[in-house]
Design a protein around this ligand. Structure first.
Ligand code: PEP
Ligand code: MG
Length: 316
């Protein structure tokens, strides 16, 4: 039955009553593109560009090398949407030549956008390469920064994009609770938000994502995390802008319905999860998703939230 449901399910992501929720793929580079296309991804919601920087531990890849890799991904989604995240170095993704070696607490140190603002040449090369890669393609390019903490960060990133002459939408990832709490102020500087629920959980619960002993607190069903998702989605709605999810949370079909009910406007995940999320979303109305979201938020634990959402969505 599951197989039949999956094969019957193709095309754009939507609830059973036609509320569209684009289903996008998370990719690490051109090698991940065929699986994304095969799964029917409507574009890329998170292009993690770190992979390009792993070949050489001493310096950033040349502009030409970056243009080539970006173009391969952009070309795969003609008329589609591709959201590229600029380099997210540091903490769980250290790079020798950029990441300070002596930080007592790298997850709270210079990482993500903070690294790029300390190395404007690296950011400039990446943005220029993206501008060149998108030249002449019909693709709808969006570029976002990881680890945006506040409006000052968002403005610094948007300024850098403008200075590089980038013809794209600029966005901010919401991975730090401060960004979710003040999402409306961040949206004065950028055009979209994308929730990185892996880091958002880490920083909300003070629970290192690389430490298995605290994994209970990394559960994206935690009601506190759902509250921050709701705050971000509501802010985006009030500003007439979009707010997607590109963390692991989007890959859980039941949670994908809850996120939709919270007002999230697109879901990006590993390609393998797309058919399951599409099939589950297609079985429920937007109103059911909203009721499931409210039921989940009314609980006090991840386990209870999951059970409450399941009960609503299975019509109990
Ligand atoms: C996240 O933090 O949820 C995210 C999407 O980014 P990454 O997992 O690459 O840190
Ligand atoms: Mg992250």
């Amino acid at each position: 039955e599951r197989k039949a449901a999956l094969s019957a399910s193709s095309g754009p992501g939507a609830t059973s009553d036609g509320h569209k929720v684009p289903l996008l793929a998370n990719v690490g580079g051109p090698a991940d593109v065929p699986a994304a296309v095969e799964a029917g991804a409507e574009g890329v919601g998170l292009f993690r560009t770190e992979f390009l920087f792993l070949d050489d531990s001493k310096k950033a890849p040349s502009e030409a090398k970056q243009v080539e890799a970006y173009r391969k991904v952009l070309e795969a989604f003609p008329e589609g949407r591709v959201v590229v995240r600029v380099l997210d170095a540091g903490a769980d993704k250290p790079l020798d030549f950029l990441t300070p070696a002596d930080e007592p607490n790298p997850a709270l140190g210079v990482r993500g956008l903070r690294t790029l603002l300390d190395h404007p040449d690296v950011l400039r090369t990446q943005l220029t390469a993206l501008a060149k890669a998108a030249e002449g393609l019909p693709v709808y390019l969006e570029v976002m920064a990881p680890m945006v903490a506040d409006r000052t960060d968002a403005k610094a990133f948007a300024d850098a994009c403008r200075e590089a002459g980038l013809n794209a939408k600029f966005g901010a990832m919401v991975e730090i609770p401060s960004a979710a709490l003040r999402a409306r102020s961040i949206l004065q500087e950028v055009e979209f938000l994308s929730l990185g629920t892996n880091d958002l959980a880490q920083y909300t619960f003070a629970a290192d994502r690389q430490v298995g002993a605290v994994s209970r607190l990394q559960d994206p069903w935690q009601p506190a995390l759902l509250d921050l998702v709701a705050a971000s989605a509501e802010a985006a709605k009030a500003e007439g802008k979009s707010c997607g999810v590109c963390g692991e949370a989007a890959a859980d079909p039941l949670l994908a319905c809850v996120l939709t009910g919270l007002g999230v406007t697109s879901l990006s995940m590993g390609a393998a999860s797309i058919p399951y999320v599409r099939a589950t979303l297609a079985k429920h109305t937007l109103a059911q998703c909203e009721r499931a979201a409210a039921a989940a938020r009314a609980t006090d634990s991840a386990e209870e939230a999951r059970v409450a959402a399941q009960a609503v969505l299975s019509g109990e």
